[in-house]
Design a protein around this ligand. Structure first.
Ligand SMILES: [Zn+2]
Length: 445
C-alpha cells in the first residue's frame, strides 16, 4: 500500500509542479531539494564526504564536479549502501545473460548503462526511487492520450526491473527484448496491438520499414524514442510512416533528464534534476554568429539517494529552444540533443587551429549532399580528416555521390573558415553488433 501511495503522491506532485513551478519559486524548490540530497550524500557516502570536505553544502551550485570515471572508480564508497562494484556487476551481468531481470541486490535494482565498452556505467536504484520515477513518467509521459486501453510496447536492450514498476491496472505494459529477431518482434506486435511504441530510433526505423512493407500491422497513438539521439530526419520519417506524433525520453544512468509534453516539446524535468549548463566548447570570438549555443549539462539529481548524482558532468551536447512552450510549463525546452562531446569532430581552420564541428553539422553536410544517399556513418580517425561510409540507392552512380559529397563538405567547411578535410568515402555501412547504440557520427581518434 505504501508503494502505491508513493506512486500516487509522486504522480499528483509531478503534475502540479510541471504546470506551476517557475522563476524564483523553481530555484527555491531546487535549492531545498538539492540541499537535502547533498547533506544526505555527505552523511552517508564516504566519497562525497571527502570530495566536498570543507565546502558549504548550501552552496551546492558551486561544489566540485564529478563524472562517470570518478563514479565508477569510487563506486563502493560513492553509493550510500556500501554496495561493492564487483557484487553489483555480478548481479547485473547475471541478469543480462539470463535475460531475467527480476532479481535485485539487497532490494535495489542494479542496471548497466549501454555505453560503449570500457565506459559501462552501473546504477543502483531503490524501490522508492523507482516509484517516484514512475509517477513522473506516468503524469507527464502519457499526457494527451486516450483514457482507456493504453497498451505500451517497450523495446529495451535490457529490462532492468525499473521498468516493470509501471505495469498495473491503469495501463498494460509489455517489455520486448531488443535482441529478439525482427520477424519475431513484428509477430509479437501484431498480436499485442500496442497504442504506444517505445524504443531506440534504430529499432523504430526497422519497424517503420516493416510497416511500409505491410508486415507490421498496428495502429499507434504515439511513438516514443529512447536511449539514442533522435535525428531530425529519423523523427520525420517515423512521424510520416506511423502517422503519429514522435516523442522523446532523454534519460541516462544519471537520471531522467527530459520528456516530451503533449505539444511534443522536450522539457527538462527541472523538479527531478537541476541542470546547470556549461558551454560545450570554448566559444571562438570569430565563430559564426548563426551557430546556436551548444551546452553540456551538469546534473544534480534532486531525489536519488542510493547513488547520489551531484554536480555530475555529462558527456552530451544540447541546444535549447529560444521560445517558451505553448503548453504553459516554464520548464526549459531542449531543442535538440546533438550527441556526445566525444563525437564532436575537429577540422583545421585557416590559421592552423583545430575547430569543432558538431555532429549535427556533420550530419547535415552528408544528408544534403545527394538525394541518392540512403544511410551513412561518419568517423573521424584524426583531426582534419573524415571517413564517410555511404549506403546509396541501387540505381545511383557512387562516383557521382562522392563528388557531390566532396563539394558539399568543401562549401560547408569554407563557410566556417576551415580547410577542406582529408575525405575518404567508402561504399556500404560498417557492421554494428545487435543492441549496439546507433551513432552515425563518431570520433575515434
Ligand atoms: Zn510543453
Amino acid at each position: 500500500m505504501s508503494g502505491l501511495w508513493t506512486l500516487l503522491r509522486s504522480y499528483v506532485g509531478a503534475r502540479r509542479r510541471f504546470q506551476r513551478l517557475r522563476g524564483s519559486a523553481l530555484a527555491r524548490y531546487q535549492d531545498d531539494r538539492a540541499r537535502v540530497v547533498v547533506a544526505y550524500a555527505m552523511r552517508r557516502s564516504p566519497f562525497y564526504r571527502g570530495h566536498f570536505a570543507g565546502r558549504d553544502p548550501r552552496d551546492w551550485r558551486t561544489l566540485p564536479l564529478v563524472d562517470k570515471a570518478m563514479m565508477m572508480a569510487e563506486f563502493d564508497t560513492f553509493n550510500t549502501r556500501g554496495i561493492r562494484l564487483t557484487d553489483a556487476m555480478t548481479a547485473a551481468l547475471a541478469a543480462e545473460n539470463q535475460r531475467d531481470f527480476s532479481p535485485t541486490l539487497g532490494g535495489l535494482t542494479v542496471g548497466l548503462s549501454s555505453g560503449t565498452s570500457g565506459h559501462r556505467g552501473v546504477f543502483l536504484v531503490s524501490q522508492n526511487e523507482r516509484l517516484q520515477w514512475a509517477g513522473i513518467i506516468l503524469s507527464r509521459g502519457l499526457g494527451g492520450l486516450r483514457r482507456r486501453g493504453r497498451r505500451i510496447a517497450l523495446f529495451l536492450r535490457s529490462n532492468s526491473n525499473l521498468y516493470e514498476t509501471l505495469g498495473g491496472r491503469w495501463i498494460d505494459f509489455r517489455y520486448f527484448d531488443l535482441m529478439m529477431p525482427l520477424g519475431d518482434a513484428v509477430r509479437a506486435l501484431n498480436q499485442y496491438q500496442p497504442d504506444l511504441l517505445v524504443g531506440p530510433p534504430s529499432l523504430l526505423t526497422m519497424l517503420a520499414d516493416a510497416h511500409v512493407w505491410g508486415d507490421l500491422r498496428i495502429r499507434l497513438e504515439r511513438v516514443v524514442s529512447v536511449a539514442e539521439v533522435l535525428e531530425p530526419q529519423v523523427e520525420a520519417r517515423l512521424a510520416s510512416v506511423f502517422n503519429v506524433p514522435v516523442h522523446q525520453v532523454y534519460q541516462c544512468t544519471e537520471g531522467l533528464m527530459a520528456l516530451s509534453c503533449a505539444h511534443g516539446s522536450l522539457h527538462i524535468q527541472e523538479d527531478a534534476v537541476a541542470l546547470q549548463l556549461d558551454p560545450a566548447v570554448r566559444q571562438d570570438t570569430d565563430a559564426p554568429p548563426a551557430q546556436p549555443q551548444r551546452w553540456t549539462p551538469i546534473v544534480t539529481d534532486l531525489w536519488r539517494r542510493t547513488q547520489p548524482i551531484i554536480r555530475y558532468r555529462l558527456n552530451d551536447v544540447l541546444t535549447l529552444a529560444a521560445a517558451p512552450c505553448p503548453c504553459g510549463s516554464a520548464f526549459r525546452v531542449i531543442a535538440r540533443v546533438e550527441g556526445r562531446c566525444d563525437d564532436i569532430c575537429y577540422l583545421i581552420d585557416l590559421s592552423g587551429e583545430s575547430r569543432p564541428f558538431f555532429p549535427d553539422a556533420v550530419r547535415r553536410m552528408v544528408l544534403l549532399a545527394h538525394p541518392g544517399i540512403e544511410d551513412y556513418q561518419v568517423f573521424q580517425d584524426r583531426t582534419g580528416q573524415l571517413r564517410v561510409h555511404l549506403q546509396v540507392a541501387a540505381a545511383t552512380d557512387f562516383g557521382e555521390v562522392t563528388e557531390a559529397l566532396s563539394r558539399t563538405v568543401e562549401q560547408s567547411v569554407t563557410c566556417h573558415g576551415c580547410r577542406m578535410p582529408v575525405l575518404h568515402c567508402e561504399r556500404g555501412l560498417t557492421g554494428r553488433l545487435p543492441g549496439d547504440k546507433l551513432r552515425r557520427v563518431r570520433r575515434l581518434g
